[in-house]
Write a protein that binds this ligand. Sequence first.
Ligand code: SAH
Length: 353
Amino acid sequence: MSLRDILIAQIRAQGPMRLDAYISACLLHPQHGYYTTATPFGSAGDFITAPEISQMFGELIGLALAQAWLDQGALTPFTLAELGPGRGTLMADALRAASRVPGFIAGAQIVLLEASPALREVQKQTLKSHAPQWIDRIDELPEQPTFLIANEFFDALPIRQFVRDGAKWRERHVGVTDGQLTFGLGPAQPQPALMHRLDDTKDGDLIEDCAAAAPLLSTISNRIASHGGAALVFDYGDWRTLGDTLQAVRGHASADPLVSPGQADLTAHVDFEALLHAVVPCTASRVTPQGVFLERLGITARAQALAKTLSGAALDAHVAAHRRLTHPQEMGNLFKTFGIVPKGAAMLPGLET
Ligand code: SAH
């Protein structure tokens, strides 16, 4: 039975499904989920992420975290954590670069939050010399200084969508019509958690809510506020998102999110305002375009140094990768980053409060 058939049977038995439950099943169903079964990254996969585009991304992040670690007194032991590490490429590049900083690797305990057993296997291979540990829930992060990175993790968390109807909201759900999965709208209901969105929306507007994001960030901020550390979050999205941003990608092309559940990546834009509300125990930086951040950390100097070792097609690919990561019309502007540090600590390099 395919995931599509399973979901259709479930909806016929129990009624329309909430969108967050649909997205969860598509991404993480134990037998048929997209992340559970596939290793979707890279040029052969369905999409490519910044660390898979160039080693420079992970290197600069590793050095930025190592600088924050030095600024806070080189506390050891400490946790070096990643949320949703994919193939482990970012962490491997970060560790290689940060190994130049005396004491950093020896003091680091690598902790990975990863839901997909298939990707855990890949991470195990990529990071075998660093003996990583995996956790299932964020509150399993050790009670010690915590330096954490998340790239394209929050966009994979399930969202709900609501359409405004007067001062109430109709929730978008997934139903079945003529044997096909289709979107529908539930009855108009008050949504106390969405009160603040009555200020900037009008009748018929669609907004999104990612309930899982804030508790994750709030646990991370509490760790960092109590023990020291820093977090760097990268994702695509904006301040207070408006409209339908759910997208499915399959084979580097956009797809219909309802057509082949479990076989396409599903993501939604991240609402940075909602994320930043959850980090109040710490100081947060401004939300900064990825391109600006990487330029401030010296990506162009690193690109030039690497270019000296390359020629022909490899050099062309390297130049294209640099542009792709930083150019405003590529990932440079759509992707944003922010950092958090304990109150009173120096902000991460490349970011400002
Ligand atoms: N950071 C990587 C991969 C991004 S894709 C990169 O930049 O290449 C999203 C990652 O988050 C995958 O590793 C996926 O398996 C993981 N993931 C998605 N939802 C998750 C959840 N709810 N809990 C833990 N990991 C999750």
